[in-house]
Structure formats: C-alpha cells, structure tokens
Design a protein around this ligand. Structure first.
Ligand code: SF4
Length: 560
C-alpha cells in the first residue's frame, strides 16, 4: 500500500489524524531505495498512522497543512541526496534535472531543504509536535561542517533548522525507539543515533572543539573531524558533544548495526515500487527507471574512499541480507505488472562486499589506526566472493528472470585479493551480468592523488583489466571497461590530469568520458583537505585547486 498523502486517502483509511507526518525533498516514490518510504513503512508496520508530504511548496500553506498536524512528530528529510548537491554542480551551476521530481525538472527542492521545511512547519503550526530531522542531508551535517556552497564552516543543521531531534545514519531502529519514547514510553534523549540541543553536556560524552573554535582555527577543525570520524562505530563510539555558542549539540552513540533478521524484515515490507498516483499525475520520476527493479543486498562499506560519506552515514561494517530474503524479493519483482525480466542491479554501496566481514571488526569494532583496504587489503579481511556468486546463480534460476545486471560499483582490488573465489566471481560477471561494458571507478591514476583519495595504486587496475579482457575473450563476448575518474581532487594539478590522459590512452587504450569534477560534500576527509589545504594524516600542505574555471580545465584535459 501507499502511505496517504491526501485528505481523501485519510478518509478512505478511516484515519481521523496521523501519528507522524514525513516531509521529504523527493517525490513520494514507494521503494526500499527511498528513505522516507522506508521510514514510513517501518513506522506503519510498528502500528503508527503515517502520512507523507513530498516536495511541499514552501511559499504557501496549502501543501504543508493538507494532512493536519501529527500527534507524535514531524519527520523532515531533504530527500535521497543533499539538497545542495541535488541543486548545483561541482562548478556551482544550477542543475536543470532532478531524477526524484515528477517530470524531472529541478524546480521543486529548495536549497537547504531540511531547514526550509522545518521553517515551513513552524510558520504554519505554532507549538506543534517535535520536528525530527533525518536522511543524508541531516546526517552529514549533524556537527560543525565545511559547506562548499557558502565556503564556510556551518554549525549543526539541527540548530540551524531549530528542530528538536536529528536521527543520523540508518534510521529504522532509532525512529521506532524515538516514536515510542515520544508517546511517553521513555526519555527521548536516551535514544541511540540521536542528536539534540542541550544547555549542558551529558556526563561522559567526548567534547569536540566548539563551533567558534573550529571556525577560527583549521587545526581545531581537523582535530574535530578526526574525533567525529572515529566515533561512528556502534561497538566503540562514545557520545559526542560540541558547544555552539551558549548551547550544546549532543550526539548520542550510534545504534547497533542491524541484524540480518531486521534487514530482511525491512525489505519484506509491501513497497509498491511506484510513484504515488498523486505525484505520478504530475509526471514520471526518472529515478524509478533505475531503482524499480533493483535489489539492495547489503549496507555499509569499508572501502573508506576519502571523498565518500558512506563511512559516517551507513557505517564501515557491512551487514547483508539472507539469500532467502533476496530471492523472495526477486520472485516478488517477477510478479510486478511492469517487470520485463530484467533486474537492473543486485548490489550495494560496493557490489562485491556481500557475505563476508572481518571477525575482529564484528567482535570489537573498526580499527582506529588501520583501514581495511588501504594501502592494501588487510590480511584479517578474509575476502570471499563465493556467497555473492552463489546468490547470483540462484537468482538467475528463478522463473521470469531473463538477465540480472550488477550495476553497483565493484572494488577490483578485492577481486584480485580473493584467490579462492575472485576469478570465478569475475567470470560470472563477464559471462552473465555485464552487457557490453562494465563500469569501474579507479578515480585517478597518479599515485599521490590516489593516496590522498585512500584508493589503491594503478597497478591493480592494469591487472584487473587484463583479467577482465581474458575472461571476456573466454566467454566469447566483446566487452570493455569504462572508467570513472575525478578531476580537481585535493592534490591534483593540471599536470596530473595530463598524466591521467596519457595513462588512459597508452595503458587503457581509451578516451575517458566519465570524468567528474570533485564536489566537496559535507563530512568527508577529502572535503577536510579541500578546506584546510592540508593532508589530515601527515599534516603536510596539499595543493588544492579552488578556481572553478581551472577545475573545469582539469576535466577538459582528459575529456577534451
Ligand atoms: S583488522 Fe583489518 S579488516 Fe579488520 S577492521 Fe581492522 S583494518 Fe579492517
């Protein structure tokens, strides 16, 4: 079922009022890939009456007031993408397209959507139910952070939005705890993965340098970010607090990672895999083309690329669904009226992290001074592709499935590392799950830039390409690799991009087209480097291209 979004639907359901109203910067697409839909369905399954208002017009009262006022809380999210990333390119030009908006025009998501929607609620409802922020925009801006679009350090978005609570990371378990607490079952401030403002710091919480201190001193900001980053693991993290003027931003420790049974239960909910008819009538949402018939097999990533925020949002511990749960979802998809036999993706943040994890991490948390895949794959990470190979074979046998694509990114260094199952997995991919071309993301080819990105060197890329070419020949398939690259990452100069271009044409025999200019998104190590112009691990200065025209030139050196 769809959650209600109009007064007529409330009447049809016989609901006189709602417990929770979710307000989102995306259209209402009822899919397990859309956070507002997942949170709404989880709360509904827990017995609460939930409605959704998608992309409300912030200039009038008509959208935000149409479902009335919730009994327990307003949930506010900017949507699937940070609103500033959704609205502007890395060169700060307004984007014309929004895949999560009906019709596709980028005309519905306000800048800093979380703040805009919280203000909208307060403008039209006085002394209303608590406002709870969630989703990636809130999660990555939960403490003081560098904002590329303002080119300054901003304070916690919780305080900027004047909201009551903020749930960070994966929200299913904390939101159910919070809604029960708000109903009177417990003190809401004890809920894990929760941020709130307080007049005093809680006892035992680690104190981060104040907002004022990190604004004044880049070294203090670096120290703050290290402490923030190292307190994200559910087994080891302490609560954090940070003075913002006379108030304190308090971040409770993260919730334990989801169990397999909890994950399976989320994906067993009755998602429509369609846009709600109220919004569909305004035009199709392009995001559905890629997510409608895709399956998420796991969460989390221990790749820790420095430009990626998954480590502080989803976490570095991979947890995966059971093969039975995934097969049941695939079977259900084959019965969908629009299904034509093709699964667009079976994967996760990194496709080939399904089904294995480091035992030490599972028992005692992530290492503070080591990384799982950099500078090489840690010997305690027993890479094993056999569970994913078996899963793909099982899904292929299901009646109604013609082809399964693995469109999520893969880490080729993990395939090379796995002497037992790596070759079979890659053979499986090139034989059955690639159609003409396979995308990989080396991001760069120069060792010093790759090192600042936290990525492996170019040698593993060449080894992987040779193996991919050989297995494609053996499978009798003329296939090739396409490469995602990043220009203007901290440390990267125009001379570096000229070397990337030479490497691509001489070693990879290609002319790369998939080159993105680096975007300093909130709460990543690369963004920290961009702002401070320092390597946060060595303390050495780093060249950073900040001029927009010269950033564009870096890209053009490779793409022509
Ligand atoms: S022991 Fe190695 S694989 Fe395990 S968490 Fe630490 S760095 Fe990662």
């Amino acid at each position: 079922m769809f959650l209600p979004t109009t007064p007529q639907e409330l009447r049809t359901l016989g609901w006189d009022a709602l417990d929770v109203i979710l307000v989102t910067g995306d259209s209402y697409i009822d899919s397990p890939f859309i956070g507002a839909a997942v949170i709404g369905k989880v709360l509904h399954a827990a017995g609460y009456r939930v409605g959704i208002i998608a992309q409300p017009d912030i200039s009038t009262a008509s959208d935000i007031t149409r479902l009335g006022e919730p009994r327990l809380f307003w949930g506010v999210t900017g949507g699937s993408v940070d609103s500033m990333v959704a609205n502007y390119t890395a060169l700060k030009k307004k984007r014309r397209q929004d895949d999560y908006t009906p019709g596709g025009a980028n005309d519905r998501r306000p800048d800093r959507a979380v703040i805009a929607y919280a203000n909208l609620i307060r403008r039209h409802f006085k002394n209303t139910a608590p406002i709870v922020l969630g989703g990636i925009e809130a999660s990555l801006r939960r403490v003081a952070h560098y904002d590329f679009w303002d080119d300054k350090i901003r304070g916690s978005i919780l305080l900027d939005a004047k909201a009551d609570y903020l749930i960070y990371g994966m929200g299913e378990r904390p939101v159910v705890e919070l809604v029960a607490a708000l109903g009177g079952a417990a003190d809401p401030k004890r809920v894990s993965s929760l941020c709130y403002a307080a007049p005093e710091p809680p006892e035992g919480y680690l104190q981060l340098p104040s907002l004022e201190a990190v604004r004044a001193d880049k070294a203090a900001f670096t120290q703050m970010f290290h402490a923030f980053y190292h307190n994200t693991d559910p087994l080891t993290a302490r609560g954090l607090c940070q003075p913002h003027g006379a108030r304190w931003l308090v971040q409770n420790p993260p919730a334990p990672t989801e169990t397999q049974a909890e994950l399976d239960a989320v994906y067993a909910l009755d998602f429509e895999r369609a846009q709600h008819p109220y919004y569909e009538a305004q035009g199709p949402a392009r995001a559905l083309d890629t997510i409608r018939f895709s399956i998420s097999t796991h969460r989390g990533c221990y790749g820790e690329c420095n430009f990626c925020a998954i480590a502080v949002h989803e976490g570095r511990t991979v947890r995966w669904r059971s093969p039975d749960s995934i097969a049941a979802e695939a079977e259900a998809l084959t019965r969908h009226p629009h299904f034509k036999g093709y699964l667009q993706d079976v994967g996760g943040p990194t496709a080939n992290m399904y089904g294995y994890e480091c035992d030490k991490k599972l028992a005692r948390g992530v290492c503070e001074k080591k990384r799982c895949t950099y500078p090489g794959v840690c010997p305690l990470m027993k890479v094993d592709h056999r569970p994913q190979t078996a899963l793909l074979k099982r899904l292929r046998r299901l009646p109604g499935i013609k082809k399964i694509f693995v469109a999520s990114g893969i880490r080729y260094d993990l395939i090379l590392e796995d002497e037992t199952g790596g070759e079979d997995y890659l053979r499986e991919l090139v034989s059955h799950h690639v159609s003409g071309q396979m995308k990989v993301a080396p991001e760069h080819t120069e060792a010093h830039v790759l090192s600042l990105m936290g990525k492996p060197g170019p040698q593993s890329l060449i080894e992987f390409k040779n193996r991919f070419d050989r297995l494609s020949r053996e499978a009798g398939k003329p296939q090739f690799l396409t490469y995602y690259l990043i220009a203007a990452h901290p440390g990267c100069s125009e001379a570096d991009m000229a070397r990337v271009q030479r490497f691509a044409s001489q070693k990879l025999k290609i002319h790369p087209e998939q080159v993105q200019v680096f975007t300093p998104t909130p709460s990543t190590y690369s963004t920290l480097m961009y702002y401070t112009e320092m390597d946060p691990f060595s303390g050495e200065p780093v060249f950073v291209e900040k001029n927009l025209a010269r950033k564009a030139r870096q890209k053009a050196i490779v793409t022509g």
